[in-house]
Design a protein around this ligand. Sequence first.
Ligand SMILES: Nc1ncnc2c1ncn2[C@@H]1O[C@H](COP(=O)(O)OP(=O)(O)O)[C@@H](O)[C@H]1O
Ligand SMILES: [Mg+2]
Length: 246
Amino acid sequence: MFVASLFNLKGGVGKTASCVNFAYMAAKDGYRTLLWDLDPQAAAGFYYKVQSDEKATAKKIMDHSMELADAIHHTEYEGLDVIPSDLSARKLDLILGEQHAAKKQLKSLLKSVSKDYDFVFIDCPPGFSVLADNIFHASDVVFMPVIPTTLSVRTYEIVKAHFADKSELEKLMCFFSMVDIRKNMHKDVMAQLHKDKRFFEYYIPYLSDIEKMGVREAPVEAFAPSSYAATCYRALWNEIKEGVLE
Ligand SMILES: Nc1ncnc2c1ncn2[C@@H]1O[C@H](COP(=O)(O)OP(=O)(O)O)[C@@H](O)[C@H]1O
Ligand SMILES: [Mg+2]
């Protein structure tokens, strides 16, 4: 089982959009795939038309009053399951902080489903936290979408320093998100950061078909398979598979 998470210190950079699309493409490639949404905004589950049936599921999983397997929902897509989030995910930091071996809880919870899935994608809330430390520890790779602006370069340096501190820098891989290639700033920042070998070549442009995911409640390849947006996600996903799976 390979665990990949979508993280950034910032919100609104395309973590959820890419998590939802990567999970869809992984399942379509034939990998048994689970998407675990750990953001209280619960958007990933929304895109897959899946909601928790019970109240406070996120909290119950983390405080061991509910089995992880019981929180799993099938989606309408073959080979793709989702653990939706809910507002109780706001409290995960407090719950985890009180536990013994606080950073290792998520990894140990995932062991219970390790035979059932080839890929797990985790959608993270923004920010550093005990939850984020858990996610980094449990992940084989952490993908960070970066909008190529000057401020994002600063955020990228902060995240890199944080990962280096935790001795997990080798897990951090990045790609550009919401790119407007007509903007000189975007081009300049991409050229600068591409020198750092942590960035994939393919990137995700700013495209209205990606925004439409909210209206269609589906990943782009499902409702617009021949769109430019679907082509971009597919190209990046293929590059990611080559980069991380061998
Ligand atoms: N490449 C893109 N082009 C256009 N809109 C995008 C793109 N990626 C994400 N969005 C939109 O931007 C908003 C924030 O994206 P989201 O993936 O939820 O970010 P995050 O999870 O990092 O907070 C959403 O409304 C989403 O539909
Ligand atoms: Mg999100």
